[in-house]
Design a protein around this ligand. Structure first.
Ligand SMILES: Cc1ncc(COP(=O)(O)O)c(C=O)c1O
Length: 415
C-alpha cells in the first residue's frame, strides 16, 4: 500500500527503550545458555512493589458505584484538590485546582500533546517552530518535536557549563542560524535531570524564567523526578513555582510513575499558568476522557498520606544504597567517578564509555552481547550524549552486584 503517514511520522524509529527490549528478547536464549541471563539497567521504571496502602485502597475502590465510568480529561475534583494540597505541602506553592491543574495519562502523554498543540508543522527548515531542549535529554522530547513538525534546538548540558546552558547565548545563536524569533515557542528544562541525574540551583531556574518572560516563550518544566533525592538538603528538588514570576510564563509536569513505582498505571498532572492550562485542556478534551477514576481516587489519597511519604523516603534510602553499590563497583573497574561529585537525585548514573570504543552504541552492544547487561547508549538522548551511557539502578541490590561481577569477569574495565 502507498504510504499514508505524514513525512514527520515516517522519520520516527521505535522508542529506544522498546527497541532495546526487542533486541534483548531476541538474544535471551543465547545469553541464558552462557549464564548471562539479561539484567536490565535501561528503563527508568522502579521494580519494587508499590505502597501496600495504595494497592489495598484501590481494591476497595473498585467496588464503588460509578467508579468504572468515564472520568473527565481535567481529572476528578478530588484528584485536583489532592494535587493542590501536595503542591502546598511539598513546595509551599498555591495552585487553584479549578484553573491551574490538569490531569494527564502519564506525564509523557501530557508533554507530547502540549508540544503538538504548540507547533504549527512546517516543511521549510527555517520556517519551523522551535522548542529549545536540553542536550542530552529525555529521548521522547526529541521524537515528540520531530513528529509534530518542529525543530528541537539543542541546549548543551555539559560538565564544563555545570549543566547550566547559557540560554540567552543559545537563543541568539538560533537566530543567527536562521530560525525566526516569532517561531520560538517553548523551552524545556528537566531537573532532576534524565539522563544526567543532576539537580540545579534556584538561581539558574530563575534566570530561565526571566529569559522566557523577556522573549515570551513558554517555559516547560519537567519535574518527573522531583521526589527522587537522597543527598543533603541543598540537592532537594524544588518546584519552579517557588520562584517569582514562574506562573506568568511556565507550566510544570509531574508524575506518579516513579515515586510510587506505578509506571504502568499512567497518571500525572500539569500545573501552572492558567491560560496555558485552559488552552491545553481544550486540546486534551478532544483526545481522551481522563484517567480511570479508581486510580485517581487511590492516588489522590496516597499523595498527602504519611504512608506515601514514608514509602518515598524508604525508596530513596534504597536508591542511595543501590547507587553506592554501582559507584564502588565501577570505580574498582576504573571509571572516573568521585563520591564527592556524584549527584544524589534520580536513579540514573551517566558515565563515559571506555576510550577503546568508537561509539556509545558499540560499547552498549558489546556489553549486552557478552555480559547480558542492558545499558542505554548516550546518543539516544541527543548529540551531546555520544561518548556516554546511562545506567538506571532500579533492580535489586543482588542484580546490581551481579552486573559488577560480570563486568569484572568479562573484562569491561574503563581503561
Ligand atoms: C524526564 C522524564 N519525563 C517524563 C517521563 C514520563 O513519565 P510518565 O509518562 O510515566 O509520567 C519520563 C519517563 O521516563 C522521564 O524520564
Amino acid at each position: 500500500m502507498r504510504n499514508l503517514f505524514n513525512d514527520d511520522v515516517m522519520t520516527l524509529d521505535t522508542y529506544i527503550m522498546f527497541k532495546l527490549k526487542e533486541q534483548t528478547t531476541k538474544l535471551t536464549p543465547e545469553l541464558k545458555a552462557k549464564g548471562r541471563a539479561p539484567i536490565s539497567l535501561s528503563m527508568g521504571a522502579p521494580t519494587a512493589n508499590p505502597p501496600k496502602a495504595l494497592i489495598e485502597r484501590l481494591k476497595e475502590i473498585l467496588d464503588e458505584d460509578g467508579i468504572h465510568m468515564y472520568s473527565t480529561p481535567k481529572g476528578e475534583p478530588y484528584y485536583r484538590k489532592a494535587i493542590a494540597e501536595r503542591m502546598k505541602n511539598r513546595f509551599g506553592v498555591d495552585m487553584d485546582p479549578e484553573t491551574e491543574i490538569f490531569s494527564l495519562v502519564g506525564s509523557k502523554e501530557g508533554i507530547a500533546n502540549l508540544i503538538r498543540f504548540l507547533i504549527n508543522p512546517k516543511k521549510e527548515e527555517f520556517e519551523k517552530d522551535v522548542i529549545m531542549v536540553p542536550d542530552p535529554c529525555y529521548a521522547s522530547y526529541l521524537q515528540f518535536i520531530k513528529c509534530s513538525g518542529g525543530k528541537a534546538y539543542s541546549m548543551p548540558m555539559t560538565e564544563e557549563n555545570d549543566y547550566k546552558p547559557d540560554v540567552e547565548k543559545i537563543y541568539q545563536q538560533l537566530l543567527n542560524d536562521g530560525y525566526k524569533a516569532e517561531n520560538v515557542k517553548a523551552m524545556i528544562i528537566n531537573f532532576p535531570n534524565n539522563p544526567l541525574g543532576v539537580m540545579t540551583t534556584k538561581e539558574y531556574v530563575k534566570s530561565c524564567i526571566d529569559f522566557c518572560k523577556k522573549h515570551e516563550i513558554l517555559l516547560i518544566s519537567d519535574a518527573a523526578y522531583c521526589d527522587m533525592y537522597f543527598g543533603d538538603k541543598e540537592e532537594k528538588p524544588f518546584s519552579i513555582f517557588e520562584l517569582e514570576g514562574a506562573k506568568d510564563i511556565a507550566v510544570e509536569f509531574f508524575s506518579f510513575s516513579k515515586p510510587y513505582a506505578i509506571t504502568g498505571w499512567r497518571l500525572g498532572w500539569v500545573c501552572g499558568n492558567k491560560d496555558i492550562i485552559q488552552r491545553f485542556g481544550k486540546g486534551k478534551s478532544t483526545i481522551d476522557n481522563g484517567i480511570f477514576k479508581a486510580l485517581q481516587k487511590a492516588c489522590a489519597e496516597i499523595l498527602n498520606s504519611p504512608e506515601g511519604d514514608k514509602y518515598i523516603e524508604e525508596s530513596n534510602k534504597g536508591y542511595a544504597r543501590k547507587q553506592a553499590i554501582m559507584v564502588k563497583g565501577l570505580k574498582e573497574l576504573g571509571w572516573p567517578i568521585s563520591e564527592e561529585t556524584v549527584p544524589h537525585t534520580t536513579f540514573y548514573l551517566w558515565l563515559p564509555i571506555p576510550k577503546r570504543y568508537s561509539s556509545s552504541f558499540e560499547f552498549c552492544e558489546d556489553v549486552l552481547k557478552k555480559s547480558g547487561v542492558v545499558l542505554v547508549p548516550g546518543n539516544a538522548y541527543g548529540e551531546h550524549g555520544e561518548g556516554y551511557f546511562r545506567i538506571s539502578f532500579v533492580c535489586s541490590d543482588e542484580q546490581l552486584q551481579e552486573v559488577i561481577d560480570r563486568f569484572k569477569a568479562d573484562g569491561f574495565t574503563f581503561n
